[in-house]
Every structure is written in structure tokens, then in C-alpha cells.
Design a protein around this ligand. Sequence first.
Ligand code: GDG
Length: 451
Amino acid sequence: MSPRLIVVSNRIPTEAEPSGGLVVALHDCLTTQGGVWIGTSGTPVKDPAPELREIAQGAYTRMVFDISEAEHEGYYLGYANSVLWPLFHRRADLVQVQPDYADRYMAVNTRLADMLAEFAKPDDLLWIHDYHFLPLAALLRDRGVTARIGFFLHIPFPVVSDILALPQANDLKDWVAAYDVFGVQTQGDVARVMAHYRDDPDAIFDTQGRMVTLDNGVAPRHFPIGIDAHDFAALAKARADIVPLAMSPGQKLVLGVDRLDYSKGLVHRFEGFATFLDARSDDSPKATLLQIAPPSREDVDAYKDIRTELEQAAGMINGAHAELDWTPIRYIRRSIDRDTLASVYRRADVAMVTPLADGMNLVAKEFVAAQDPEDPGVLILSHFAGAAEQLTDAVMVNPYDAAEVGEAVATALTMPLDERKARHAKLRDNVMTEDIAWWTDSYLAALRGTD
Ligand code: GDG
């Protein structure tokens, strides 16, 4: 019998049939091998009980724990999303340092560690997800837990110089080193983790001076996350024509799909698209950038600013370039359902995935999977998306360089079919092979120590 798997993530799916790549993948592996999925209950309460509460049982069990209003502010909105998120996305300028943020973050992690220490058995496998729970293994080891504990960081690991802006910069090393597997998205992330330990007397180096393991014999490893590519390709094909897009014949569709987040580079993207518009001649194709941007974390100040900035940029660009039959930027600030999204991906001629920093970016992979291999669209991809390590046949751009982004749009819109097919075939091959099942299998093999 395989060991029981305990997955911990801030949010857990509440419906019996979850949707979304990662959630589905974890659901599938828990369903197959049984286990427990633990997360916060979602609604802050006055007086959180120090116990895990079972909310559903089936092929696996779902358990939640409560957090207080003050913890929601300090742990979730504060330390996780106003300290760690900006810092790890190279925006130290947006970090808000307040003493109670770190205290509340530690309070939530400590309470969870107490509950897990009581709950976990020595032969369980614990798989902790993301920046909300970085200290968990260190806290569990303090409580005598000997089970194997793995961590996966969905967002980029920061550069050493930025880590100094972290209120608990000294603790981060111990937090990382307490895991049996410290998983990150890319080789670049592995190098940044390693760099953090360069002066650590206990780190072990190879003959070329490269660090190979942390002091507990564990090395960070990269596991680039994938999508459920076969299913998504089938969905996009089946749904190709379900949505009327209100485009005139000959108009081209350029697509952006991102949570409304400053790390996604949306304002830079609009500016890049504007340089394409500035340079186009009357007979160039009329292209519309359709940006789908569901709001997120609206209680955090930095997210309010980005919304205003983006709306101003879209208004100015449309004011300058729109014609009676053509709106160059269409911006939808809400979520659309997955079938509709698949249909829009399928019909887009170009996707702009131009984050300033991104752990992986699943939109790039979804676009590739959704395209028709016989007449594929073109992916424009930022060097700073984790996906850039795998999707090297995209048109690569520096998202800070508006002129380069504008030229990439022009190149993508006029790319000959042969080149589009050749690039897409290689991209598709990667997305189909290194999919979400490959990712969960490789991570779990490492966590079991059987790889
Ligand atoms: C974090 C890391 C890493 C977006 N708008 C709609 C919608 N979406 C879906 C997309 C995609 C997902 O949301 C976004 O995933 P990303 O990977 O692009 O970005 P994050 O949310 O920031 O995720 C990231 C990821 O974790 C996994 O490790 O890749 O780097 O930041 O699936 O399709 N879905 C629907 N309607 C929308 O309007 N239905």
C-alpha cells in the first residue's frame, strides 16, 4: 500500500468536482492513492479553534482550519501577499513591512504545525504548497515529526540581494533546509536558492565550486508545472466556435489572459501593443488586443493601483487609435468560464504572455495546447516567465522594452504558415509531454525517494 499523502495549500477546492489544472491534478492523485487535503476554511472567524475540521470524505478527505480576522489581515493579505509575493516577484519597492504581519504569519503556521504534528503519522508523505507555508517543515521538525515533507514553490525564488528586505531573512535558509524536497519551477530558481546558501559553512560544494546540497543533504530541484494538455486541447477544439467575437473579417485577435496582478506586466504590455499600433500602416492588419483580467486580492493596495493604471492606459491608447469599426484594446475585468476561455484561446492569432516575473505561467501552455496545429497562432513570451525555459520556440521578448514588444506583435501577425507550424510543433510537443500528470508523478517520486 502506498503511504498516505497529505497535501497542504492555502485554499482547497470546495466542490466535489474541482476545475483548474493544479487543483484537478492534486484531486486526481489524492483520489487514486487516497489521503487528505488540508487548507484554510476561507471565511475568517472570531475565535479560531485549534483543530482540523473534516468537511468532506470520499476517495480522500478534505479538512480545513479557521483563521481569525486579524490573521487574515496579517498572514494572508499582509505577510503572504504584501511581503512575500512582491519580494519574490522582484518588487521589493512594494513590500509593506509591519511587525504584526510576520507575527500573524508565524502564528498561523505554528497553529497548523501543532495540528499537523498530532495528525501526521511517520510513514505519511506531506506535500506543502506555496509561500503561505514556508516555515512549516521547520516547525514540524521542532515538534518531532519524522515523516517525509516536501515543498513546492509556485512563484519565483528571489535573488539574494532582495531577500534582505524580508523581515525574517535569516530564517528563510532554515525554513528551506528543513524540507526533504524543496521543489521550484525552473533551473533559474534552483540557482537562486543555491546562491542564498553560498556562504553557508554547512553547504556542500562539488569540485567546480558549485553547491550541490544544503546542510541536511537536500538539494533544491526544479519541477516545471504543466497543464492537463490533452484534455484542454480537446476542449478547445470542441468549443472552437461557441463564442461570437464581434470582429470584422480580416481582423486579427491578439490575446492576453492574466489575473489582474502587477507581476503580469499588463501596463507594459499595453504600451508595447501601442508601439505596434504607432508603427502600423493603413494596409497592415487591424489587430485587437483582447485582455481578460479577472481581479484578484482587491483588499491589497498595490492591486487597486494597477487597476487604475491599466484602465487609463487602455483609454488613452483607444482614444488615439480606435476607428469606427475597430477598438484596438478590449479589456474584460472579470472572469470568463473555462469553455469560453478555451474557445477564445483556440481562435487567437497571437498570445501575449509578457510577465515581469512569473513562477511558470500556465496561460502560455494553455494557448499552445488550444491552437490548431494545421494553422497555429504565435506565442509571444517574456524571458521572465518560468515557462521561457521550456518554451524556447516562442517569440521571446523583454517585456520592459516596448519597441521590442511592438515589433514582436508585428512579426507574429505576419509570420508565414511554415514557420508558425514549425514553432508550434515544438512548443506543443513540450506542453503535451511535460504535462500535469508528468509533474505530479515526478514530484511524488522525489518525495517518496524512489526516483
Ligand atoms: C501561480 C503562479 C504558476 C485566468 N483568467 C481566467 C482563468 N484564468 C486561469 C488561466 C490559468 C490560471 O488562471 C492562471 O495561471 P497562471 O499560471 O498564469 O498564474 P497564477 O494564477 O499567478 O499562478 C504561476 C501557477 O501558480 C501554477 O504553479 O504558473 O507562475 O503565479 O489556468 O487559464 N480561468 C477562467 N476564466 C478566466 O477569466 N476560467
